[in-house]
Ligand binder design. Structure first.
Ligand SMILES: *Cc1c(COP(=O)(O)O)cnc(C)c1O
Length: 394
């Protein structure tokens, strides 16, 4: 057989394995599920006329998120990107700072730092979690940074390295223990981009509660959705009150005066979206269980495939399995294009991972370490249909 027909055959095997789980028809990558009180709460919201950012569902969603995650404070926002932006501002990230973050992430992570006038600084990934490689980062910081007056300074650029954002890729928790220790040792503030990991636990504790502050997303393709939406989580009272104040136009409390004591943002989540969120929160455990059950179904299909591996949650973690991921073995990365062509051609929506941040025009000149693992992973990851309902139809 020629190489082309071999890879076509392999791609069709992958398609068959996925189809064994999804059944026939057009299969999206991740679709929202509305099986609870969504209609009821939305109607209640409309009937009340409180559809904007003041309303009981916004307060209730905050409490639901606090109860679920164990965070002391949750603040719903218009989307995950805005939540990340507020998170960074509220810990003091400002113009001229550097913010460490994985090169393997969704563009929102880098955008949020840039909105603050800060410079993203890209870190390599590790195979085990698909998140930042803390061991490699430590060696790197040892070489390029120095401590000055309790601050971590990049010796090459002279800028303050203010924060480290870890991102829990596809819902799989990063190596938080090492990242926490490293952030402490180097006087860098730890932030979690937990946009993908609502429902994921690291050693029994919810992701998003380890950093000084974290951001969640409730976009339409995430584990739960509010249409568009996100939230900040933090255990720090000052961070919470700063984020709340700045995200509500920095308005100073008064019965009728319009007084604003800073350049604020209009980032609070509207009540209409929060109504949807409250209904979704009631089903969160069920949705996570669906995503985890889907993993087990795919695992049966792919366990004997020696060219491609289904990614499994890291040790000590309970992942929400937001996006199921196939990873081609190193010798087989050339099969990716053919698999994407064959699966998408048949109506099974599969996607490569995001282009690495340093390859995007706005971030080309940002500082970075060598990104060998991220580069290798980016060439080999394929996300396959991940809606929790697929576990039921199988
Ligand atoms: C979805 C996502 C965001 C941003 O969320 P939006 O609600 O779409 O703004 C941020 N970071 C990561 C890693 C994401 O996957």
């Amino acid at each position: 057989m020629t190489d082309t027909s071999k890879s076509t055959l392999m791609a069709h095997q992958v398609l068959d394995s996925i189809r064994n789980v999804t059944g026939p028809g057009k299969i999206p990558l991740h679709e929202p599920v509305f099986i609870g009180n969504e209609w009821e709460y939305l109607k209640e919201c409309l009937d009340s006329t409180f559809v904007s950012s003041i309303g009981s569902f916004v307060d209730r969603l905050a409490v639901d998120l606090q109860d679920y995650t164990g965070a002391s404070y949750a603040i719903p926002m218009v989307n995950g990107t805005a939540a990340l932006h507020m998170a960074l501002i509220s810990i003091g990230v400002s113009a001229g700072d550097e913010v460490l973050m994985p090169a393997l992430t969704f563009v929102a992570t880098a955008n949020a730092a840039t909105y603050c006038g800060a410079v993203p600084h890209f870190i390599d990934a590790e195979d085990r979690s698909l998140g930042v490689d803390a061991t490699k980062l430590e060696e790197y910081l040892e070489a390029i940074s120095e401590q000055r007056q309790g601050k971590c300074i990049n010796k090459q650029t002279g800028r303050v390295i203010r924060a480290l954002i870890v991102m829990h890729t596809f819902g799989h928790p990063s190596d938080l223990e090492k990242c926490i220790r490293l952030a402490e040792n180097y006087n860098i503030t730890l932030v979690e981009d937990a946009a993908e990991s609502l429902g994921s636990l690291y050693r029994g504790r919810h992701t998003g509660t380890f950093g000084k502050v974290s951001a969640l997303s409730f976009n339409g393709n995430k584990t739960i959705t509010t249409g568009g939406g996100g939230a900040i989580l933090t255990n720090d009272r000052e961070v919470a009150s700063k984020a709340l104040h700045l995200s509500t136009t920095a308005k100073v409390g008064h019965e009728w005066e319009y007084k604003h004591d800073a350049v604020g943002y209009n980032y609070r989540m509207p009540n209409l979206n929060a109504a949807l969120g409250c209904a979704q929160m009631e089903k969160l455990d069920e949705l996570v269980e669906g995503q985890r059950a889907l993993y087990r179904l795919y695992e049966r299909e792919f366990s004997s495939n020696d060219k491609i591996k289904l990614f499994t949650e890291p040790e000590g973690c309970k992942s929400n399995y937001w996006l199921q991921s196939l990873i081609l073995t190193e010798k087989n990365d050339s099969l990716r294009e053919e698999i994407l062509k064959v699966t998408n051609g048949d109506g099974v929506m599969c996607r490569p991972v995001w282009k690495l941040m340093h390859q995007l025009p706005p971030f080309r000149d940002c500082p970075r370490m060598t990104l060998d693992c991220a580069q290798s992973l980016a060439a080999r990851i394929i996300n396959i249909p991940s809606s929790p309902v697929l576990a039921k139809t199988a």
